[in-house]
Design a protein. Structure first.
Ligand SMILES: [Zn+2]
Length: 232
């Protein structure tokens, strides 16, 4: 039975070994530009926020809540669904918790959050690039993401706040645990957890949120056709 056991192990390695190895290398922030992979980081807002380092002690919270869910449960669910869509389309995807590894690098970084308000009438989503963007491309991606998310969810597009533009993960001058300035990053508030209307999407149809995010990535950074990697 030895040959059978060996082939079972080989099959397991084939199915599960490769993704585990590449996820690890992406986690080092050591993105290898020569492997031809497009690396997408999806941050599940507030997920494992209790693990935030001292420099980010103020983010140790679960965020908002609504419909019996904490914000991190909702953002993680959307991130996982979007990751599945993107991996199926050939992207290398890493889901990040609230704490970004120091100097983190990826081709695109999307922080996924949900809003809350004291009135259930506040509704809609918003997208923001960093206030200071060294890449010069984040504003364009934010626009693509807003269009794609609106298409997929039919939620109202709200103007982003200054607070979103100053998101901690964008601020590498102030925080060690922040994106490398070469990473194109945006933040999306996917809707209000305190709005019954928005919860219809966030809790009852999260695949629509995930599709809006995945489609935006594909529009902004399409995977080159086979063979195109050979050109300089
Ligand atoms: Zn949040």
């Amino acid at each position: 039975m030895r040959p059978l056991r060996l082939s079972t192990i080989a099959l397991f390695a084939l199915l599960f070994g490769a993704p585990a190895v590449s996820a690890q290398s992406a986690h080092d922030g050591a993105s290898d530009p020569d492997d031809g992979l497009i690396r997408i980081a999806l941050q599940a807002g507030h997920w494992r926020s209790i693990e935030a380092p001292d420099e980010l002690a103020r983010i140790r919270s679960n965020g908002t809540r609504g419909g019996g869910k904490e914000e991190w449960e909702v953002t993680l669910d959307i991130a996982e669904r979007a990751a599945e869509l993107l991996r199926a389309r050939g992207y290398e995807v890493e889901i990040l918790p609230a704490t970004v590894p120091p100097g983190y690098r990826a081709d695109l970084f999307i922080a996924i959050h949900a809003d809350g308000f004291h009135s259930p009438s506040a509704s809609g989503f918003s997208v923001a690039p960093p206030r200071r963007d060294a890449t010069g491309r984040a504003a364009a991606f934010a626009e693509v993401l807003a269009g794609s998310y609106r298409e997929a969810t039919e939620l109202r597009h709200r103007v982003a706040t200054r607070r979103m533009q100053g998101y901690y993960a964008f601020n590498s001058r102030r925080y060690h645990h922040a994106l490398d300035p070469s990473t194109v990053g945006v933040i999306i508030e996917t809707g209000f957890l305190t709005s019954p209307l928005d919860r219809e999407i966030l809790l009852n149809a999260p695949d629509r949120s995930a599709r809006g995010i995945a489609n935006a990535v594909e529009r902004f950074l399409p995977i080159p056709a086979v063979g195109a990697n050979d050109s300089p």
